[in-house]
Design a protein around this ligand. Structure first.
Ligand SMILES: Nc1nc2c(ncn2[C@@H]2O[C@H](COP(=O)(O)OP(=O)(O)O)[C@@H](O)[C@H]2O)c(=O)[nH]1
Ligand SMILES: [Mg+2]
Length: 315
């Protein structure tokens, strides 16, 4: 997975393309119909390059909604479509210019000057899509860092304030150290781990930087990137630290829960951690990732909820 946008083509600048096309055209210069050959070579190189670029870009039609929403948050899918259509337009323009000037060359006495005129027009078309190519190149850079989260796997999304025990839970149930995947608008990256029950593989996603502070502190685009999580086949495990050693009061922690729940629209299981050092008799289950108490029960319950959800989506 995560290969969603990996094969995006590199996007050259207008100048690079023009240089490439005109340089290659001089190699065609030995033939008898020198100017015709140069014109065709340059025109073909430019229009083919632009057409291929558009073709290799993802259409965003058949991609999982999780990735669509992330991509939209990161680069803006509609905006990207506009830039792509301008590149298509330029490819068509270049083809027209090539055809027209080839026709003009037929009866011309001064073929080199017709050829120079055609190159001038091609260069100005290329100049007019300079910003579009730069945008697409920038989009490519950003899209390459999409997370390695598999939207097809049943997923436990671990949430809660920093230091409540999210990573400890993750390590307890997935064993190995999690793979760290980049996620838009987070500096820490999300942790991705797996475990298997019977034949079913499950994914656990630790979300530092995403679901660990109130949503009112986020801008629109960050909210969109967080909301993309709702497309996962997921259940949220919201971890509380009733010992308050994490530095946040229980009240604050419960408030964050209320904040996140409606935004993600996924089932939530609340679990109080660190019960080895703090008694707790509020909502949800209890565990200690340190002593191991309750962890297996929490995991069983998560799997149960995920199975119920699967049953519901299959109906
Ligand atoms: N006493 C106790 N400490 C814990 C427990 N779980 C985690 N911790 C400690 O709490 C701190 C934060 O844990 P961590 O898993 O990194 O929290 P995260 O920031 O939510 O990922 C670490 O020092 C852990 O050792 C627990 O069940 N009991
Ligand atoms: Mg952590």
């Amino acid at each position: 997975m995560a290969v969603m946008f990996e094969r995006l083509p590199t996007v050259p600048t207008s100048q690079e393309l023009v240089d490439r096309a005109f340089r290659r055209s001089t190699r065609a210069a030995s033939s008898r119909k020198k100017d015709e050959a140069m014109l065709m070579t340059a025109g073909n190189i430019l229009s083919d390059n632009l057409t291929n670029l558009v073709r290799k870009y993802p259409s965003f039609v058949n991609i999982p909604p999780f990735y669509y929403d992330l991509a939209d948050a990161v680069v803006g899918v509609d905006e990207m479509r506009i830039h792509l259509s301008r590149v298509s337009w330029a490819a068509a323009q270049i083809r027209t210019i090539t055809k027209e000037h080839l026709a003009e060359m037929k009866g011309a006495k001064d073929k080199p000057s017709v050829r120079r005129a055609s190159f001038g027009r091609m260069a100005s078309v290329m100049k007019s899509i300079e910003k579009d190519l730069l945008f697409l190149n920038d989009a490519r850079q950003k899209l390459r860092f999409m997370p390695t989260v598999d939207p097809d796997l049943p997923t436990i999304i671990v949430a809660g304030y920093p230091n409540v025990g999210k990573s400890s839970f993750m390590t307890a149930v997935t064993g190995a150290r999690p793979e760290i995947a980049s996620y838009p608008f987070t500096t820490k990256g999300v942790g991705v781990g797996h475990f298997t029950r019977g034949h079913q593989r499950y994914q656990v996603v630790d979300t530092p930087g995403l679901l660990d502070r109130p949503l009112c502190e986020r801008n629109e685009i960050e909210l969109q990137a967080i909301a993309a999580l709702r497309h996962l086949r997921g259940v949220v495990l919201y971890i509380l630290d009733p010992s308050e050693h994490c530095g946040f009061s229980l009240e604050e922690q419960l408030r964050l829960l209320e904040d996140i729940q409606p935004w993600l629209r996924l089932p939530v299981l609340v679990v109080a951690n660190k019960v080895d050092i703090a008694p707790y008799d509020g909502i949800g289950m209890t565990m200690s990732t340190l002593s191991g108490t309750g962890v297996a029960e929490v995991l069983d319950r998560m799997v149960e909820i995920l199975e119920e959800e699967e049953g519901r989506t299959k109906e």
